[in-house]
Design a protein around this ligand. Structure first.
Ligand SMILES: Cc1ncc(COP(=O)(O)O)c(C=O)c1O
Length: 447
């Protein structure tokens, strides 16, 4: 059974009550009409890196520049007031999407990387002293590791990390043991980008708070895909990227609890973040302006809200269910491919729509290149998660990631593409003896 949902939200496709209709939703995304190669449709399986953009978001961006563009917060003229109002409306829209207690808790940044750097630098400078403990995990993206290493170097804080279990989950015993050491801060990814592990963040946050830690959640791979309620999660900070959730490149948000943001020093100095400037010293504007030095990316913030409209019209529960359903189908189908090893959690309960795999002894870059010849876009490399690759004892993996516009046909094309890659590389005979398998990384890594 299908229901049609409102075109006012830019979603013109049919929505199945059981799951989304990925093929119909692709009609809302012009790239799928424009990126056919040699008659082959684009099979886009790299949304974990950056999602495609629906027409509604592209229109919103153009509309902003055609009708409302001016610098904000500074002009007394009409156009500047319109742009300012749209920018502040966008902040309110984001606060509602996250269920933040106030729009002031939502700071516009360029993406997850900038959001985490802001916290590590500003909160870290104000709160970390020599010997204090920073805890992150082995499954973090580099952008939730390096900012902490930088601030540790500047403050003399110590670093420890929670290792992964053999099947790509967080080691809960190690986590509890580290919390017993009373860390000042826990930097934690909600969903891992390399293996797609979904962490039980609500219980981890509660445990970290009981230990006295401030929790910085990396929402880059969760906010675009599932319902998020920051008050329910009780995270202290949450960073995410608009470009991974149908929004423009260069858009992103840092959520932070008001009391923490109020107490933090500015991250960058410049226009818009001040109350008064003397030649000898400066006083700061209130949040969020204190953390938004310089001219912000107004059009991107405005267009991001159209992405939120689009997602909420589908329903974040439905988006999440759809991706997990395709993920489960992909795990089953990929397991039929000779010589293919799926890394990460064995149970679908612990997985998002991100699947990392190896194919015999083919280099992931070769696999991705052979798939690209069939207009199938996957990512190959270390996925900015070198510690994860080290734990797997591999240099790189091939990663397919699914979003609302994917469907089972995309998975079938991927599987056919992999068979083609095997034939091209002459692997048919060599790998005939390989059992198809989905194995925990322990086995893959020989641990
Ligand atoms: C888990 C995770 N954190 C952080 C980032 C960095 O995001 P951005 O490059 O948009 O700042 C990514 C990007 O892939 C990610 O997957």
């Amino acid at each position: 059974m299908t229901t049609r949902i409102g075109e006012s939200n830019g979603t013109s496709a049919a929505l199945s009550t059981a799951s989304l209709d990925g093929a119909a939703l692709r009609n809302d995304f012009p790239i799928f009409r424009n990126a056919e190669v040699g008659g082959r449709p684009l099979t886009f399986l790299d949304s974990a890196a950056s999602s495609q953009k629906p027409q509604a978001v592209i229109d919103a961006l153009r509309d902003y520049y055609e009708t409302s563009n001016a610098n904000i917060h500074r002009g007394v003229y009409h156009l500047s007031e319109i742009a300012t109002a749209q920018y502040e409306e966008a902040r309110k829209r984001i606060a509602r999407f996250l269920n933040a207690a106030s729009p002031r808790e939502c700071i516009f940044v360029r993406g997850t990387t900038e959001g985490i750097n802001l916290v590590a630098s500003s909160w870290g400078r104000a709160n970390l002293t020599p010997g204090d403990l920073i805890v992150y995990t082995e499954m973090e993206h580099h952008s939730n590791i390096i900012p902490w290493q930088l601030i540790a170097g500047q403050t003399g804080a110590r670093i420890a990390w929670v290792p992964m279990t053999p099947d790509g989950l967080l080691d809960r015993e190690a986590f509890t043991a580290l919390m017993a050491q009373g860390p000042k801060v826990l930097a934690l990814t909600h969903v891992g980008n390399a293996l797609g592990t979904v962490n039980p963040v609500k219980e981890l946050i509660a445990e970290a708070h009981a230990a006295g830690a401030v929790v910085v959640l990396d929402g880059a791979q969760s906010v675009p895909h599932m319902p998020i309620d920051v008050q329910d999660l009780d995270c202290d900070f949450l960073a995410f990227s608009g470009h991974k959730m149908l929004g423009p490149m260069g858009s992103g948000v840092l959520y932070g609890k008001r009391a923490l943001l109020d107490a933090m020093p500015p991250y960058q100095g410049g226009g818009s973040m001040i109350r008064t400037v003397e030649l000898t010293h400066t006083t700061w504007a209130d949040v969020p302006a204190k953390f938004e030095a310089g001219t912000p990316s107004v059009g991107d913030a405005v267009a991001l809200t159209r992405a939120l409209d689009y997602l909420e019209a589908l329903g974040m529960d439905a988006v999440w269910a759809h991706e997990r359903e395709i993920g489960a189908y992909a795990v089953a189908r990929l397991s039929e491919v000779p010589g293919l090893t799926i890394y990460g959690p064995a149970k679908m309960d612990h997985r998002s729509g991100v699947i990392s795999f190896g194919l015999g002894d083919l280099h992931p870059h070769d696999v991705a290149t052979l798939l690209d010849e069939q207009n199938i876009a996957v990512r190959a490399g270390h996925h900015c998660a070198q510690p994860v690759m080290r734990a797997l004892d591999v240099m790189a993996t091939t990663r397919a990631s699914f979003y609302l516009y994917n469907d089972r046909d995309d998975v079938d094309r991927l599987v056919a593409g992999l068979h083609h890659a095997i034939r091209t590389m002459g692997g048919g005979g060599v790998w005939a003896g390989f059992a198809a398998r989905a194995v925990p990384q322990s086995e893959a890594a020989g641990a």
